[in-house]
Ligand binder design. Sequence first.
Ligand SMILES: Nc1ncnc2c1ncn2[C@@H]1O[C@H](COP(=O)(O)OP(=O)(O)OP(=O)(O)O)[C@@H](O)[C@H]1O
Length: 886
Amino acid sequence: MRPLRTKAGVRKTPGRPARPSQSDGVDPVEVVCRLRPVPEGEERCVEQLDDTTVLVTPPANSQAFRYGTAKEQQYKFGTVFPDTATQKQLFDAVAKPLVRDLLNGKNGLLFAYGITGSGKTHTMMGSQQDGGIMPRCIDVIFNSIVNYQARRFVFKPDRLNSFDVQTEADAMLDRQREILNTPKPGKTPRKRRVPPTPGGGGGGGGGGSGSVTPDESDAASTRVPEVSQVSGLDEDNAFAVFVSYVEIYNNYVYDLLEEVAPENMKKSLQSRMLREDNNKNIYVHGASEVEVSTPSEALDALRRGQRRRKVAHTTLNTESSRSHSVFTIRVVQAPLDPRGEEVLDDKALMVVGQLSLVDLAGSERTNRTKNNGDRLREAGNINNSLMVLRTCIETLRENQLNNANKMVPYRDSRITHLFKNYFDGEGKVKMVVCVNPRAEEYDETIHVMKFAELTQEVVVARPADRPLDMGIGLTPGRRKANQILREAQRRLGSDGRPSEAEPSGGEAAAELAPVFCLGPVWPSMAMTPGEEEETVRCLVRFLERRVQLRATLLHELQRQQDAFRQLLVKTEMEMSALRQENAQLRASSDGSSRRTAALEARLASAEAANDSLNRRFRELNENQAALVNELGEKEMLLNQEGLERERVKQRMKTRMQQEKERLASDMKSRIKMNREMLKTEMRAKDEKLRALRDIINNEEAGFAVPSAPPAPAPRPRPSTANETATFRPSRSDPRLSGTPQPKRTVAATTRHRRSKSTDAEVWLDHRPGHVLELATIFQPKMKKRKSVTKLDAKDVINDKTSKYVLTHQDQDSQGEVETHMVKGDVLPTVGGGRAVVFSDMETLRLSNPGAKRPSDELGPGLDYELARERCATGIEGHAAGKRRKT
Ligand SMILES: Nc1ncnc2c1ncn2[C@@H]1O[C@H](COP(=O)(O)OP(=O)(O)OP(=O)(O)O)[C@@H](O)[C@H]1O
């Protein structure tokens, strides 16, 4: 296609060569485009701009649009037929010139190419009332040769892609055989055979296989035939038409006109091989070629093939559109003999033209159809064969552009192998690109357009004109002369008299009459008195003329006898010479036949082996493709898993990081809190120490009771040098060990208050076991409290509870009851929970005043130490553990 670009945003194909010219003995492959109608309201992606140009616009939902690779593009074709174009318009423009070539002995190939549902079958077959290219071709052929047709079986296929000429006697025998072999009407109740009538319906196709169903014959009767014809044929030639119908499915060739008994119809067809004939033409070996004498016979054969196709595909559970079908019409012509009576038996004078009409399978990509199994293989084969067709066309184009000689891979697919000769210059090639303009089909349509664009750039050598008069020196007009002679004979009748209808007998009668009679009618014999003399003289004259005529005739007879005798002798001599020659030839022919048979047997076995190897190779290829697919899928899965793992890893990393940060901040706040608490504690201890120092100072100053409120004694801590100097209590200290002991005051801190509770505090009173009521004077004071025996998290984790006390009882070494009340603050944690921070513990010990306490044994010096210890240290605890100081 030559690109056209004017508007911005419309793509221009770079460096595309100009369309090849026809001046140098080559013709470009002619590509026309036909648009099929689109239902009202549906979005379109193809618009016709003028008679030769279409504009393809990517719709928003197309793959190419999504990937951003699509742009508006114009495509130019030989002709663009709009969706309103009729079948006749298309036929006249595209196929009729090919029929003219066919009748002049030239070959032609016409493809219908496009995606599924684009109208290929509609274009090729059409309907009964409005036939497509195939029925119209058939009609025009028979309209043109109707007066020049040879009698049936005069031309006979030799099964080597050529024809033999039979004598009239042999042809008649074959005709009789055909009549005898034709099943009598009524034998098969569901089918009836329509007798052949010139130009009418029904009729036996070649080989007695033209049976049609009633439906089909009814359909045939409603058919509207094409009435045009091609003129300028050689009238002195006799014509015969042969049709064959094959399909290529999964790269195997099947003969759709194969003779099969009705009971074997369901069995699948046998595949056929492609071979090369003596003239290097490729043909389907063993495919049936049926001689047809009328359009209805040809259409019967076509329908029969389609029926076979349907049955075979039903058996295979496939669809017909998944195969390529090739309907081939061959027209054979040969000159009549000098008398214009019979066909000359000379192969060198025979001319055969061939027209192949191909309905290609829909060009789909496998991923669109989502096929699998057989369907995938089928789609793969279709795509493969179309791909090979494309590759061949591309290689041809490259060779032609670069003057190269790259091998064209015709043999890679049956469809290209079969049509190799056409591309090598044995005929004209045309292509009808069928386009469904629906927007949905954009992604497929664009591939079709690109292929059509390439195809237009290929040129094929123009086939040479074949001289049809053969230059054999025969008088033109032989057929007409013979017809006149026959007509004259018919009119003269068997007795040689002019017929009533034409008393004069015409020129021919005048010429022929003296040869076959002894003269005019007898004169009147009536004897009238007085005129006897005259009558006798008249009779004598008449008889003398007859005698004269008789003598002439006898002489002529003698001459003809002599000539015949001489001819007979000569013929006899020739015959004996020929017999001898014949015997020699037969002997050598027998030898050749034996050699040929042996070679053919070898060839057949080699072909069978080749076929099975090919099949095996294909299977292996298919397996490999399947495995590659599987591998690809697995790799994809692995990649996906790897990605998933990577994602999870990343997620975990992020989460760990967050957790780390959270813990760090948690830890930080805890440390801060602990530090705060420690600071508070330190302050309290300092307070205690200060109070103690004050006490000691006061003691030293006269044991005055400090006026400061009682504060808890600080825990022992490393003293400063100053403190050491001023206060270092020890057992040896005379102030502690000597008597009298000063009266000591108990220091109390607000923190270590005894069960004093504010109104706002809510206590959680936890008594895990049975607590003995001691009825002591000192009782804890908890205005608001909740008593539990078993601790539950929700008792602690709530906004109300602010204090916690754990009560348990023990027996000391003296057997006295000791009651411990461990108290703590319920504080919120950074993580949003709650923690109990134990702050102090109260111990209530019941003891007998008379009993000796171990502490008494330590001496009075230890009391101070104990007191100091008790004052200085508190209990601190939390959920992780607790510290205790009594
Ligand atoms: N030019 C047209 N005018 C009217 N109808 C059409 C035209 N082209 C196609 N159709 C209709 O579209 C439908 C599909 O067409 P058709 O069967 O010829 O497609 P196809 O290309 O041969 O498909 P497949 O590849 O599947 O065989 C048919 O119903 C046909 O009648």
